[in-house]
Design a binder for this molecule. Structure first.
Ligand code: SAM
Length: 226
C-alpha cells in the first residue's frame, strides 16, 4: 500500500530529466496526463503525434507501471521501421502513483493542457463511489493543474459511470462541456481517435461489441482564477 512508497513532496522536487532524458535543459514538464494509464496504449499512440509535448501516465499497480516502463524503454531503443517508431518515444513516461492521493504532488498550477480518464474503474457499489477518480474534491485539484482552455477527456463503457463523471464535471464551475464535433473542428480528432481506440481497455470493449461513452470538458478561465 501507499506507505511503502515514496512520493515527491512537490512537483518541483521531481527530476523530469530522468523520465525524458533527451529533453534535459528544455525546461519542459508534462503537459498531458493519463490518469490510470493501465498498459500504456494511449501514451504510445499520442507520443509520436505530439513529439514536442511531454506526456505522463499515472498507474497505481506496481507490475503494470513496470510493464509500461519496460515497454517504453524497448520502444526507445527499437530500430526505426515505421514513421511512428522513428519517433523513439522520448516524450512519454509513467509513474507508479495513486492519483487520487498524490496528483497535486506531480502537476503544478496550469501545467497541463490535457487530462485523460480512459475506462476508469467503475466501483459499482454506492459505498464505493468515493473511490471514483472523478469527485468534487478531485476536480478542484484537476482544475488547478489544468490551464484555462485545457481539456479533460473521459470515456467509459459503463453508462452509469459516464453519467456520474459527466454530472460532476458539469456541476463544477471551472469546467464546461464541449462536444466531440467541436473538438474535432479544433483539430483534436487524432486525440479523440486515440481516446476511443488506443488503450487495452478500449480494445477489449470493442472485442465485446460494447458501447463507449465519451464526455469532454474544457477548463474555463475564471474571473478570479485559482
Ligand atoms: N486507461 C487504461 C485503458 O483504457 O486501458 C486502463 C483502464 S483500467 C480499467 C483502470 C486503471 O486505473 C487500472 O490500470 C488501475 O490500476 C488504474 N487505477 C485505479 N485507481 C488508480 C489510482 N488511484 N491512481 C492511479 N491509477 C489507478
Amino acid at each position: 500500500s501507499d506507505h511503502t512508497l515514496e512520493y515527491p513532496a512537490a512537483p518541483e522536487a521531481i527530476d523530469w530529466d530522468k523520465h525524458y532524458p533527451t529533453f534535459t535543459g528544455s525546461g519542459k514538464v508534462p503537459e498531458f496526463a493519463d490518469i490510470g494509464c493501465g498498459f500504456g496504449g494511449l501514451l504510445i499512440s499520442l507520443g509520436p503525434l505530439f513529439p514536442d509535448t511531454l506526456i505522463l501516465g499515472m498507474e497505481i499497480r506496481v507490475q503494470v507501471s513496470h510493464y509500461v516502463q519496460d515497454r517504453i524503454a524497448a520502444l526507445r531503443v527499437a530500430p526505426s521501421t515505421t514513421s511512428s517508431s522513428a519517433h523513439h518515444y522520448q516524450n512519454i513516461s509513467v509513474v507508479r502513483a495513486n492519483a487520487m492521493k498524490f496528483f497535486p504532488n506531480y502537476f503544478p498550477k496550469h501545467s497541463l493542457s490535457a487530462m485523460f480518464f480512459l475506462f476508469p474503474d467503475p466501483h459499482f457499489k454506492l459505498r464505493k463511489h468515493k473511490a471514483r477518480i472523478i469527485s468534487p474534491t478531485l476536480l478542484a485539484e484537476y482544475a488547478y493543474a489544468l490551464r484555462p482552455g485545457g481539456i479533460v477527456y473521459t470515456i467509459t463503457d459503463v453508462h452509469d459511470l459516464h453519467l456520474w463523471m459527466k454530472s460532476h464535471l458539469e456541476k463544477f464551475p471551472l469546467f464546461e462541456y464541449v462536444d466531440e464535433e467541436t473538438l474535432r473542428a479544433e483539430g483534436k480528432g487524432p486525440i479523440l481517435d486515440a481516446v476511443y481506440t488506443s488503450t487495452e481497455e478500449g480494445k477489449k470493449v470493442e472485442r465485446n461489441n460494447g458501447e463507449k461513452w465519451l464526455a469532454c470538458f474544457r477548463r474555463i478561465e475564471a474571473t478570479r482564477d485559482v
